[in-house]
Design a protein around this ligand. Structure first.
Ligand code: GDP
Length: 139
């Protein structure tokens, strides 16, 4: 089924000059970039984005991290794209991620793990709407 997902190259991925490498991997899987921009979230915007994690021990830290520098946000489209992109990213904790995944290769720790990808159609719809309006999405 053709679906969409939200991808973020997090501040650590941008500062490590990994934008091109990550997009190459995405396109190499046959996934299409339908929208893309660079943003720098405020702390409040990061808290709203990760509201589902409010109350968890890492909430303050991860929202500090996500607002610490620019991110690249993209909408990806393709068959089974939500799962395909999460497979490409690897597990949240890079030590558990499979060889060859983005997080396994480039993450620093469980928090600075380079990329984000939506985990279900409902979260993808919320996350896409959080960053993009209809005019910014091609097709
Ligand atoms: P994801 O869907 O794989 O990104 O994982 P989650 O939705 O569970 O967590 C969101 C983000 O919070 C992760 O990608 C990490 O950046 C961060 N995170 C998750 N678990 C931890 C943790 O135990 N400690 C810290 N410091 N950050 C975490």
């Amino acid at each position: 089924m053709i679906e969409k997902t939200l991808s973020i190259i997090k501040p650590d991925g941008v500062s490590k000059n990994l934008i091109g490498d990550i997009i190459k991997r995405i396109e190499g899987q046959g996934l299409k970039v339908k929208a893309m921009k660079m943003i720098h979230m405020s702390k409040e915007q990061a808290k709203d984005f990760y509201a589902v994690h409010d109350g968890k021990p890492f909430f303050e830290s991860v929202t500090d991290f996500m607002s610490s520098g620019p991110c690249v946000v993209m909408i990806l489209e393709g068959g089974d794209v939500i799962k395909k992109y999460r497979d490409l990213m690897g597990a949240t904790n890079f030590e558990d991620a499979e060889e060859g995944t983005i997080r396994r290769e480039f993450a620093t720790n469980i928090e600075k793990n380079v990329v984000h990808g939506s985990d279900a159609p409902e979260t993808a719809a919320f996350e896409i709407g959080y960053f993009f309006n209809a005019l910014e999405i091609v097709g």
